[in-house]
Design a protein around this ligand. Structure first.
Ligand code: B12
Ligand code: SF4
Length: 435
């Protein structure tokens, strides 16, 4: 039995924390801490007592000024509470403001003051460049409960475990409760405005910048019927209608699993959201009609660049033909987001500008994804060699928002040019919509 399982078996009362983040920008795309909710479900199913605090995105959070409350959008997207903080000294040359998103330290101290002593504390981790608030959260927890074991799990914990272990955290690298159903924590999922779904685990491709295969050696499936029942139960209890997919490869095998899942609902019952890029090569007339019939919100596709230097996932894809299929299903160009990577090693500005033109001509809406180098991926070392900053020694520099301060080509002025070009594309597309 691994150490974390031993701690769970021996303990009775656990504290689970989704930490705040510190960044230049952060915006929720139907955010839910799915990994931590699964840990909560596993503990509850094992009849343990748990306290769960979402310090990033708790709808009940209220902070005094100068913290600023989040803005809400009608489709369920929202920002986070934010508080201006000094920039980390390492980023002194970056002319951008820095914020704490979510709870302040004082708020966490107040929460901890009222708690009975837990037998262990679980802290979720997200982006690698958010590691500092994980360590800070652990520090505050230990101020209050000095000898308590603190366990970190999730994305950053698995990608840069040494950062957390160096501060005495125990890193859980695996999946503690595979296949667990979230219905046992319906009191926790009821707090979120969207319900998290994951039908396909992992991804069959191996793009050189992506960590998916580090987390999942193979592509696997979750039971669509269980997920559908959980979603239905959540909707009945809360009266809400938004569901968000976390899948890397939702349309795997021509959408076979998505089709099974959707067949369990009448169209129009839910608003489905997919913030991750879908695979263009899986799109055919049938899938396009399905997505349109089930009211999927604006779609996003992973196109990345005009060529195939960084991936093979769009082999054989003709962008204009695929988008035409979606137009015939009723999607307008502005509802067909196409993600383009920028700031990749060896990439030129011209390459990205050409890709923007290609997407517009094909009838889609280009979105720039600034490159976030992910430790352990093949492209990380290539970027380390060209980067103006040591992305290996300091994970803060792995932030996508800092790509212009690392890349020798995509400098702040080059990025401004690209973003101006995009703003004019969006103006044209939005004008067409209203004319
Ligand atoms: C969904 C997702 C998003 C969504 C988030 C949506 C949402 N509603 O929250 C969206 C589309 C918004 C997004 C955006 C981005 N993402 Co993203 N995203 C993912 C994705 C696909 C899944 C993450 C996830 O939540 N999985 C669900 C949970 C269940 O899985 P898990 O975290 O692996 O957890 C397992 C275990 O670790 C464990 N576990 C989880 N938590 C905990 C906690 C404890 C205590 C324990 C014990 C165990 C445990 O349980 C789970 C197993 O059941 C990952 C890739 C991947 N396959 O993981 C990339 C990934 C995390 N994203 C990545 C990137 C690069 C980005 C962007 C920067 C892209 C860009 N250039 O714009 C942006 C940044 C956004 C931001 N600043 O917030 C990178 C990470 C980069 C980094 N340096 O850390 C990843 C790894 C993809 C990649 N390129 O390799 N992303
Ligand atoms: S297709 Fe997407 S999820 Fe799959 S390996 Fe490539 S970037 Fe990662």
């Amino acid at each position: 039995m691994n150490r974390v399982r031993q701690i769970i078996a021996a303990g009775r009362r656990f504290l689970l924390l989704n930490p705040p983040v510190e960044d230049i920008a952060a915006y929720g795309l139907w955010n839910t801490p799915l990994g931590l909710l699964r840990v909560a479900a596993g503990l509850r199913a094992s009849e343990k007592d748990l306290t769960f605090f979402d310090l990033l995105d708790d709808p009940g959070l209220r902070l005094p000024p100068p913290s600023i409350p989040p803005e809400e959008r009608p489709d369920g997207r929202h920002g986070f509470w934010k508080t201006a903080i000094p920039k980390p000294p390492e980023l002194h040359m970056v002319p951008r403001r820095y914020h704490r998103f979510g709870a302040t330290d004082d708020h966490l101290r107040t929460l901890l003051a009222d708690l009975p002593h837990p037998d262990a504390v679980f802290i979720a981790t997200g982006m690698t460049y958010w590691y500092r608030t994980v360590l800070r959260t652990a520090e505050l927890v230990r101020e209050h409960f000095p000898a308590v074991p603190v366990i970190a799990g999730g994305t950053a914990a698995r990608l840069i475990p040494e950062r957390f272990e160096a501060d005495g955290l125990i890193v859980e690298r695996g999946d503690l409760f595979p296949g667990i159903d979230l219905r046992v924590v319906s009191d926790l999922t009821a707090r979120y405005t969207a319900y998290p779904i994951e039908l396909v685990r992992g991804c069959p491709y191996r793009c050189r910048y992506c960590a998916s295969s580090i987390f999942h050696a193979d592509t696997g499936l979750n039971d669509p019927a269980v997920q559908a029942e959980s979603l239905r139960a959540w909707a009945t209890a809360t009266g809400r209608r938004d569901a968000v997919f976390f899948d890397d490869a939702l349309l795997w095998r021509k959408g076979e699993h998505l089709r099974k899942f959707l067949s369990l609902f009448d169209p129009g019952l839910f608003r489905f959201h997919i913030p991750n890029g879908l695979h263009l090569r899986e799109v055919d007339e049938d899938i396009a009609q399905l997505l349109s019939r089930y009211r999927f919100s604006p779609l996003r596709f992973g196109f990345e660049t005009g060529g195939d230097r960084f991936d093979s996932k769009k082999e054989g894809v003709h962008l204009a033909d695929t988008l035409a299929i979606l137009h015939r299903a009723g999607y307008r160009p502005r509802d067909l987001g196409v993600y383009l990577l920028c700031g990749m090693p060896g990439q030129t500005l011209r390459e990205v500008e050409d890709a923007v033109d290609l997407v517009v001509a094909a009838g889609g809406r280009p979105y720039l994804n600034e490159y976030s180098p992910v430790p352990g991926t093949p492209l990380f070392d290539e970027h380390l060699a060209e980067s103006a900053r040591d992305i290996s020694a300091e994970p803060l520099w792995q932030n996508n928002s800092l790509s212009a301060y690392r890349s020798p080509v995509f400098t702040p002025s080059a990025m401004r040019r690209l973003k101006d070009r995009l703003a004019s594309v969006y103006r044209d597309q939005d004008r067409e919509r209203f004319s």
